[in-house]
Design a protein around this ligand. Sequence first.
Ligand code: 5AD
Ligand code: SF4
Length: 421
Amino acid sequence: MNFADSEVVASVLSSQYQLVTSPSEADLILVNTCSVRDNAEQRVFNRLNELTALKKKNKHLQIGLIGCMASRFKDDLFAKTDIDLIAGPDAYRNLPQIIDSENAVNIDVTLSKTETYEDILPIRYADNKVSAFVSVMRGCNNFCAYCVVPYTRGRERSRASESIIAETEQLFQTGYREVTLLGQNVNSYNYQNIDFAELMEKVAKIDPLLRVRFATSHPKDLSPKLLQIMAKYPNICKSIHLPAQSGSTAILQRMNRKYTRENYLEKISLIRQYLPQCGLSTDLIAGFCTETETDHLQTLSLMKEVAYDYAFTFKYSPREGTFAYQNIKDDVPEDVKIKRLQQIIDLQQNLSLKSNQKDVGKIFEVLTEGYSKRSKDFLFGRTSTNKVVVFPALNHKIGEYVVLKITNCSAATLFGEESAF
Ligand code: 5AD
Ligand code: SF4
């Protein structure tokens, strides 16, 4: 989400500023920040220390902090660090005024009920010219007990479908072959009675050569209608990121996730029913308040039962202002959190390897994204199920679809060779 937001910010500032490639060349540096866990914030403070040191060499240098930390710390940040301006996630349109050093007001952290930046065409400055993020909704109304996002990004609002389609069409025309529709909870998308499944269908119809992905869905809202649409269009990627957070119903209730372990598993069987080959990934939090060893074992057993292809795993990090911070004791000792997280990571490593081993011998269509980090003789791309495949480059190009037979794998990567379908 921050990656996509930074592309909006680049666009807002494009008439006054030119992008440069290193901080030492810049007259303005904006640090786009995440507040979801404490270590993300600590990294930002360290980075700001490094960057503000550059002011000694460049007297014109202005440094700004934007994103979720702006919402959380507001003007306290001026006392904590040597920054010049602060803009929250809904204030990017005002950045030119906030940056203007003649202007006395150098902070805007107001949250909006309507801002979607839908009329701003993001500047795609990443090296990847094949796959782009397209933001479809902002904010979150779910108030999971541990999560700061509803406070830092405000309420849910959906972007006009016409502007999503127009942006995606333009991406396709300029050579992009994949879009990921983005939102904190895409299944809540609703714009003039167009729901997320209908939006996906409209985007999928733009061109069969355009792959469509989405992130992230809340399990409570994943609908059979969306799964039907996913099954109907070959260019909608068969991959779902469905954050479980925990495998224990008691913990899920305390997290205010609004589903039980059983409800979650029902959603997984629904996915398997409509999309038998669908890739599945998840987010898991280890050591949430009151989590017992039995709760933790339930998370491990859920992981095995679902057999995720991939998992993003986190140690619970108390966030000021959230329901859990104020009302539930952070009672799992740090060493226990670390031990449980490691067990989750080790298990996932195993599950990912097994999942990849099952793909050896199979044939996949891969969209080529770039050269392998290790050698220019190899390209890499992704399967529809969101697995990375490395294969001999030969005369293939980035942005091309290649049909590959999987010959080998590690837990993180598949290795393939060209094959006939
Ligand atoms: N502590 C640890 N992990 C968190 N996440 C969100 N808030 C916290 C927190 N306080 C994780 C969740 C979410 C992902 C984006 O970050 O797993 O899905
Ligand atoms: Fe945070 Fe829950 Fe909203 Fe995701 S759904 S952003 S975890 S409050």
